[in-house]
Design a protein around this ligand. Structure first.
Ligand code: SF4
Ligand code: SF4
Ligand code: FES
Length: 236
């Protein structure tokens, strides 16, 4: 008989009323490399079709299945079942408005991403072919462009929990820095102006939860620190 895995999964359906609660499930260990997403899929396909959660790529690329797993944010699709303490507690990303079960409202998170204007801005004429970048300048974008906007970092940040209406949070600031350090971008001054604010940037108190939560092993704390140092250098 297959080994069984015990899970305790957050449930909430506002259309049915009732209080949010945790529901217990048991699913078979399907294979040695089984991931948490496989267990959620088993629940949905075999036990309870009403369980609601986001997922798409199944391999850590789309960023849609950020969850709180045994108290730590991560992506269900790349989190191995092996090694997780049971019952595995699966909850929505912290501090987010829950739409249903494990699905949270991401509007504010993506609005903050839009606020940093995540596209190349230039004032010089468009070259005939392309805006070139040296291999060294391109390498400076390593550690930024890999972000998949899963929100694991931002929703693990206590400063964002308390001031998320005004503090941009680690994901948006990582992307702000990504454009600040891009050698082709010509709006650095405007970008720095935009984040220079007691709340938008300086609410980061270097607690570093964001770095520990990132499933892509990125370091938003270092990106935020770089923006602060750029602002300091601009003043002196
Ligand atoms: S380092 Fe800054 S952004 Fe990251 S968790 Fe701490 S306060 Fe939040
Ligand atoms: S920095 Fe990491 S945790 Fe934050 S949104 Fe990007 S990939 Fe997700
Ligand atoms: S399903 Fe796409 S990152 Fe997990």
């Amino acid at each position: 008989m297959a080994e069984m895995i015990r899970l305790s999964v957050f449930r909430y359906d506002p259309e049915k009323g009732g209080e949010p609660h945790m529901q217990s499930f048991e699913v078979p260990l399907l294979n040695a490399g089984m991931k948490l997403l496989d267990a959620l899929n088993y629940i949905k396909w075999e036990l309870d079709g009403t369980l609601t959660y986001r997922r798409s790529c199944g391999e850590g690329i789309c960023g849609s299945d950020g969850l709180n797993i045994n108290g730590v944010n991560g992506l269900a699709c790349i989190t191995p079942i092996e090694g997780l303490k049971q019952p595995i507690h699966v909850r929505p990303l912290p501090s987010m408005h829950v739409i249903r079960d494990l699905v949270v409202d991401m509007d504010h998170f993506f609005d903050q991403y839009r606020q940093i204007q995540p596209w190349l801005q230039t004032i010089t004429p468009v070259p005939e072919h392309e805006r070139l970048q040296s291999p060294e300048d391109r390498a400076r974008l390593d550690g930024s462009y890999e972000c998949i906007l899963c929100a694991c970092c931002t929703t693990s940040c206590p400063s964002w929990w308390w001031n998320g209406d005004r503090f941009l949070g680690p994901a948006a600031l990582l992307h702000a820095n990504r454009w600040i350090i891009d050698s082709r971008d010509e709006a650095t001054g405007d970008r720095l102006d935009q984040v220079e604010d007691a709340f938008r940037l300086y609410r980061c108190h270097q607690i570093m939860n964001c770095m520990e939560a990132c499933p892509k092993e990125l370091n938003p704390t270092a990106a935020i620190d770089h923006i602060k140092r750029k602002l300091l250098a601009r003043k002196s």
